[in-house]
Design a protein around this ligand. Sequence first.
Ligand SMILES: Nc1ncnc2c1ncn2[C@@H]1O[C@H](COP(=O)(O)OP(=O)(O)O)[C@@H](O)[C@H]1O
Ligand SMILES: [Mg+2]
Length: 248
Amino acid sequence: MPMEKKGNLLEIKNLTVEAAGRVILKDVILSIPRGEVAILFGPNGSGKSTLIKAIMGFSGYNITGGEIIFAGQKINSMSIEQRVKLGIGLMYQHPPKIRGVKLEQVARFLSRDTKKIKELSNELSLSEHLSRDLNLDFSGGEMKRSELFQIILQDPQLLLLDEPESGVDLENISTMGSVLNEYLKKEGKSALIITHTGYILDYIKAKRGCVMIGGKLWCVGNPKEMFGEIRKFGYEKCKECHEPQRIG
Ligand SMILES: Nc1ncnc2c1ncn2[C@@H]1O[C@H](COP(=O)(O)OP(=O)(O)O)[C@@H](O)[C@H]1O
Ligand SMILES: [Mg+2]
């Protein structure tokens, strides 16, 4: 069994992933130390969500090369359930809507701490949503808050957040950002956060910024500086300035 490189909760080595017979990710290298947050940028369709789905173990995403190592264990062929039990949690970009299943039922399944459910639902302005069907007719922002609510109740070691702030208004981004930041810091969690708007960077302290372009990953350090460069010069320029990721 491969050993966990000192301090790294997640290690991805030369990962190649295919979907529907097409190569989507090529030779991706990424490591996330315990207690650290990595931010993932990249244009639409570059493979960001695919990376998260491959880490989570979604069917239809075939690993044809490389390794995903979580907490020292190779997880390439584990089921989603096994990965969840090991401590990986996902906040969807497009969460499913489930008729007949109340948000409160999901919350109670994820946590026995009724006080925490009450407090957190209050903080995220979701108290009235607890009695509603999961995500059904929720607005974009409500759905994202409900996803954040669920992942914090699940309390994984590694949080995979796929565009947590998309479709959320500024006031709620501020609420979500603060709740998330406090949780990550207090509990010493690791996270991989995909962002388009960069708003989340105002709330989360992250050392590592990466950009995905055409299924390849470049990681270059300070996410805020990097986002500034991307805004000024675009994604392609980012690639010209840096070698594919070799830090970690
Ligand atoms: N299940 C799939 N079957 C076929 N193609 C897919 C599948 N999932 C993703 N893709 C394709 O892979 C590329 C990357 O998608 P995605 O990872 O969702 O991009 P991003 O999240 O960066 O916008 C896109 O061209 C998308 O159409
Ligand atoms: Mg995506």
